[in-house]
Design a protein around this ligand. Structure first.
Ligand code: C5P
Length: 316
């Protein structure tokens, strides 16, 4: 049976005339195993990505040039020129597809800058999905993920979302198939960011002096725990090799981690290269309590309750 033609089918092929709005989540690494420094300046990773319900939103409209405006987290701090990952993503897609990179892009940010939640990578993923629809270039998710890999190690994951294994420098992503479960997280957002390259350099330094903890190794325990759908089983398997580096660069994070666990979180880890800390809780009610206590203790700028896994960059 052939499916009936819909007017929006032609619209998709030609591109959208109206605005395209894309929502994209933040990510945490449930397991961030950092291997040796490679010759290309990146570290070999063995990670489990997890998309959580803090979102940025990118709106793309037709325009005669390529422009970017923004509101929300980081406004006034984030450069909106050609160095911005959103602009770089639009140029990369236009170059690949052989179209003019013309669009008016507007970003509404909730994901903090340099927070270890891959906010910049999320925005690049959103730009690829939004411009693909606006321009009618019609690439597959896998083609978009291929362009994404050149923009940053986390960008392919943010096209896909969910929970996924990341290898290589993080850009080789394969989904973790698990029965549907919602995990409840509290995200403690810090004042100011941390630089990802500096966190990796700090880890290399700590490893040279023997001051870093032993490397995490395999993701087997975490993947097994994810299948069991019990947060108490998952809690002890969470881990991040960059945590020692983030704590060395921002020693106050130790108090944040301690406060979350004292408030009843099952486990707390630094997210990615920090300084955001993320806490696993037993359920949504516990997450509310932990978030309130973290804010009352004054150990973070803001504590947010979230859940995961959620979808990657998607048109709303
Ligand atoms: O890939 P992305 O541009 O997000 O990486 C930012 C920086 O983080 C890199 O320039 C590198 O210093 C560091 N990094 C790394 N190993 C990885 C990913 C990132 O050393 N696997």
């Amino acid at each position: 049976m052939t499916e009936a033609w819909r007017p929006e089918d032609d619209e998709e092929r030609r591109g959208a005339s109206g605005p395209v709005r894309v929502r994209v989540p933040a990510k945490v690494n449930l397991h961030l195993g950092v291997g040796p420094l490679r010759r290309d300046g990146y570290h070999e990773l063995n990670t489990v990505y997890h998309a959580i319900s803090i979102y940025d939103e990118l709106t793309a409209r037709r325009g005669d040039t390529l422009t970017l405006t923004m509101e929300g987290e980081g406004t006034g701090e984030l450069a909106l020129d050609d160095s911005n990952l959103v602009i770089r993503a639009a140029h990369a897609l236009a170059g690949y597809a052989g179209v003019m990179p013309h669009a008016r892009l507007h970003l509404r940010k909730q994901i903090p800058l340099a927070g270890g939640l891959a906010g910049g990578s999320a925005d690049a993923a959103a730009a690829l999905v939004a411009c693909d629809a606006l321009w009618g270039t019609g690439l597959s998710r896998d083609e978009l993920a291929g362009i994404a890999a050149d923009l940053g190690s986390d960008v392919p994951f943010l096209i896909h979302g969910g929970t996924a294994l990341g290898t290589g420098r993080g850009e080789a992503v394969s989904p973790v198939l698990a029965r549907p479960t919602s995990w409840h997280w509290v995200v403690a957002i810090a004042d100011g960011g941390l630089s990802t390259p500096e966190a990796y350099r700090e880890l290399d330094r700590l490893r040279d002096t023997g001051a870093a903890g032993p490397p995490l190794g395999s993701t087997d325990a975490l993947l097994g725990a994810l299948r069991q759908r019990d947060p108490r089983v998952l809690a002890p398997t969470l881990g991040n090799d960059l945590q020692d580096a983030a704590l060395a660069m921002r020693p106050t994070l130790a108090a944040t981690l301690k406060a979350g666990e004292a408030a009843g979180a099952l486990a707390g880890i630094v997210s990615g290269s920090g300084p955001t800390c993320v806490f696993l809780t037993a359920d949504a009610a516990d997450a509310e309590r932990v978030a309130a206590e973290l804010e009352a203790a004054g150990v973070c700028r803001q504590a947010r309750t979230t859940h995961g896994p959620v979808h990657g960059a998607r048109i709303t």
